[in-house]
Design a protein around this ligand. Structure first.
Ligand code: G1P
Length: 274
């Protein structure tokens, strides 16, 4: 069986909604209270058993590399002080994984970002986490999905019901529920208008993909808005083989918007002070 060890984090976007904060700082480094958004995603991946972490980054994203590396000066400075406590989580992350990076030199959509990451993945099934979709649950969403992968060994996307007027923000699936919360997908469309949406089930940023996705992506024509979409590639897979949609357990915050970001911050701060 194909072991899942590799998890890809597309992280090349500009984060224009958060300007000017993201002018010189990657949006992935924006903190939810005191931890960068991307670290939550990496911790979720580690909890699910992934220890090869790949980033598809871009210009101006150096801070991500520095974050997932040891800062000897800092370690030296705070050794033996109470501040060491604040580094416990990131130390665990750094010692538990290997990190690799590749650059997406043009912004041409999520499918293009994932294809750019192929050299970090090779011929293996792998996970993709969009850190903007901040998910809280125990066990985490990716753990729930790896459990399913062990059973079905196919491409799996996390889905969530969204209000009708929001279908144009997401990939929307068409499928049949064959077990509670588990859908056999027969098709999917990227960001349809409500009247064209096949359901109200939106794909959120957690994927497990089988490696044949790369050749499909390579042959994919550009789709909506001139971008290469992962949704279009998984749609092709769903016509040939089993692809599952999984209504995950947990809560998601859309940290790609300021509103979702503030809600996530309040949620995390609330759980720290409870
Ligand atoms: C991307 C995908 C979309 C998916 C969404 C989840 O869109 O293209 O299919 O539903 O992530 O967050 P983006 O948010 O990058 O526009």
């Amino acid at each position: 069986m194909n072991m899942l060890t590799k998890c890809l984090f597309p992280a090349a976007g500009y984060g224009t909604r958060f300007l000017p904060a993201t002018k010189a700082m990657p949006k992935e480094m924006l903190p939810i209270v005191n931890k960068p958004l991307i670290q939550y995603g990496v911790e979720e991946a580690i909890e699910a058993g992934f220890h090869d972490i790949g980033f598809v980054s871009g210009r101006g994203k150096r801070a991500i590399e520095d974050h997932f590396d040891i800062s000897y000066e800092l370690e030296h400075q705070i050794a033996g002080t109470s501040s060491e406590f604040f580094l416990e989580d990131i130390r665990r992350v750094i010692s538990g994984c290997s990190f690799s990076y590749t650059r997406q030199n043009e912004i041409k959509g999520l499918g293009h970002a994932i294809l750019t990451g192929q050299n970090l993945i090779g011929d293996n099934s792998f996970a993709v986490v969009l850190a903007d979709d901040f998910c809280v649950n125990s066990p985490g969403v990716l753990s729930q999905m790896t459990e399913l992968y062990r059973q079905y060994e196919c491409t799996i996307v996390a889905v969530e019901e969204v209000p009708e007027d929001q279908t144009r923000k997401y990939g929307i699936i068409e499928g049949e529920e064959f077990e509670n919360g588990l859908f056999k997908i027969s098709g999917m469309i990227e960001k349809p208008e409500p009247q064209d949406a096949p359901s109200d089930l939106a794909i959120i940023g957690r994927y497990i993909l089988t490696p044949d996705i790369f050749s499909i992506l390579r042959n994919n024509k550009t789709g909506k808005d001139g971008e290469i979409h992962i949704t279009d590639a998984i749609n092709v897979q769903s016509k040939k083989q089993m692809v599952l949609g999984y209504k995950f357990k947990g809560q998601r915050f859309d940290c790609g918007t300021t509103e979702g970001f503030v809600k996530a911050t309040n949620y995390v701060f609330g759980s720290m002070t409870r």
